[in-house]
Design a protein around this ligand. Structure first.
Ligand SMILES: [Zn+2]
Length: 86
């Protein structure tokens, strides 16, 4: 494990009992970048367009894949018709 080992990362990010699958994120055989990405997804901390527009980094909130809805994490990973084809 790197300088920022799993135990130390768990101390920094804490735990969240509202997500029963939260402990699964930190399974030992999953690469750290996947663990961090999944944790950010659960915590709604991914930089989706709805947030980038608030910070004036993006011009619109519209999903780039389907242009039918705002790009939120729920839309991009679950609801987007483009993503649901896979
Ligand atoms: Zn979409």
């Amino acid at each position: 494990m790197g300088v920022f080992g799993e135990g130390r990362l768990s101390v920094v990010v804490g735990t969240d009992e509202s997500y029963p699958q939260f402990k699964q994120v930190w399974r030992p055989k999953v690469p750290m970048k996947i663990k961090v990405f999944t944790w950010l997804l659960f915590k709604e901390r991914l930089l989706m367009k709805v947030y980038r527009v608030k910070w004036a980094v993006a011009a619109t909130t519209t999903c780039e894949l389907c242009s039918a809805a705002p790009e939120t994490a729920a839309h991009l990973f679950c609801e987007c018709v483009f993503v649901r084809r896979f």
